[in-house]
Ligand binder design. Sequence first.
Ligand SMILES: Nc1ncnc2c1ncn2[C@@H]1O[C@H](COP(=O)(O)OP(=O)(O)OP(=O)(O)O)[C@@H](O)[C@H]1O
Length: 643
Amino acid sequence: MTRQDQTPSSTTTWSRWKAEAVRPRLLILRHLPVAGVGLVTTLVVVNLLLGLLPIGFVVATSALVGEVPGAVAGGEGSDAWRELVRLFVLAAAAFVVQQVLAPVQLTLGEIARRRVDGHVHQRLIGISMRSTGIGPMEQQDSLDALKEASRRLDGSWETPGMACAGLIALVARYTSLVGYCVLVGAVVSWFAGAALLVTVLVFRYGNRGGLRKYSQAWSSVIAVFRRATYLRTLALSGSAAKELRVFGLTGWLGDRYADAHRQWLAPVWRARRRIYLLPYLAYTAIGLAVSVLVFVALARTGAAGSVTLAELAIGLQATMGALMLGGYYPESDDATQLGMLAAEGMEKLDERVARHDTVPSQRGTVDPASLDVPSVRFEGVRFHYPGSRRPVHDGLDLELEPGRCTALVGINGAGKTTLVKLLTRLYEPTSGTIRFGGVDLREMEVDRWRRQVSVVFQEFLRFELSAADNIALGAVHVPRDETAVRRAAERAGIRDVLESLPHGFETPLSRAYTGGVDLSGGQWQRVAIARAFYALEAGARLLVLDEPTSALDVRAEARFFEQFVERTRGATSLLISHRFSSVRHADRIIVLEHGRVLEQGTHDELEAAGGRYAELFHLQAERFTQDDVPDERAVTTARGAER
Ligand SMILES: Nc1ncnc2c1ncn2[C@@H]1O[C@H](COP(=O)(O)OP(=O)(O)OP(=O)(O)O)[C@@H](O)[C@H]1O
């Protein structure tokens, strides 16, 4: 057929077949070199032998059958008898070697799987850590792809490594198939051999194609499947147990789980019937017809006396053997299909991470450490999140003056955290410029710029490591300084607590480890602040604290802010809070609203102006003076006593 002859539908079918059947196999084959050329070659040779041995067995046992009349007539010791024994030994040897090689095939396949999967796991981590910006980790489609890829890799059955081992195992099966068909061709007719080969391949295609469609049906209900899994995890998790019982949600959860379970299972079972039942009947009918034809041809040649007893036995065994190969291959089919989906999932993740990462890592030649004045200016910055049309910042102009503490306040959702993401180049502004020391951040290499910034995020990290490690991880690019670790803890007001732990600063901050302890939320927050102070000592010149005291009570928070301004005097710092009353000691306060600066000035200036700051400051201050909140130290001591 020429290109012009191809109809659009045949082109579509062909390209779909290429995309669904050919491309995933090529993807899997690309992983093979990781398993090692030596191992893969050995595995292929073992599989070739495993494919040829059944052929040898059929030939030897058929020849043996052919020798029986002569051996019986000649009696023990005759030439025919000796030939019979020789053939018996050959058949037995073929059988025994096959039994010995089968576990070798499994073991080598397992080694290949582990090597490939080890590499794939590393690649998964590599892909998820690769993005310079945070976009891929906040976009739902790339998060979905990441979740799906790691879910598949977590099971040892659905991995690209399994697909590699499964694909190589096909060598044994198809070698046997070709061998059987050649035998049928030689003893019955080449037409019969070819017809048998085509029939078995068509049967296989139906079987494998069914598996492919079935796994697609599975993929289409993945969202409901995830919901069912989520509900099951919720029902079994210790952390949800209290609320589920107190709010009387146990029955509700059971019903929701049963619904979700039905919703994903019903379409899968419907698809299973559609995909397997009719094709199974059709292929079985074809298989039966072809085998009857081959057997009839064999019987006719037998009746005509033109085949020997041995040839008749070969024809029968080879036809049966070939037909048996038309079914499901347990060592290969599921593993190959699911492993290919896992490999495709990785590619999808790779593509989505690349698409959503808009921050270039290597551009820029200016070293920010060489800039004298650590001031930051936002000039006409506009930003909206990818996929959203609503600007979070809409022409934002503000300055963080060098060596001074600026506070940024605004109601929930005003865009304070987003500003930190732009400042740390986790996203690039849609338009406008951010300058440090007068130079556009885009002229700096991202890693160098980030060493200038020390941040405590709202959701800061709690490393399951020692207290000292938790602090020192603020600056891994400089040699570790234990005195600086303790100094940072002192500045964050957590040194005494850490020193009183069972192993002092070396105590693991997790109960999952022997001798480990859990800190309270407020204590953890101070450890995170100590980490930021440590980074500051290691050379960072900009300190950003995003809601650094949300886990502290009002008095502890007020004390923290009073001390903070004192302890960071001289550093350029940005304090973010939606509690207006907590930032009054800052050198300058900026009120953010609707993506722009609404007001700015000192506390006294803003108070006197009587605008939004003054209004919200008094509103919140009133509430807090009415509250009778216990001192944080008292809470901490009580927690310690409980322990
Ligand atoms: N990854 C994201 N994708 C899309 N929209 C987002 C994303 N993160 C935040 N937003 C939206 O951007 C707006 C500003 O969010 P941001 O977290 O910056 O506010 P905030 O002032 O820090 O709020 P809060 O005081 O509650 O921490 C909100 O409307 C929020 O829903």
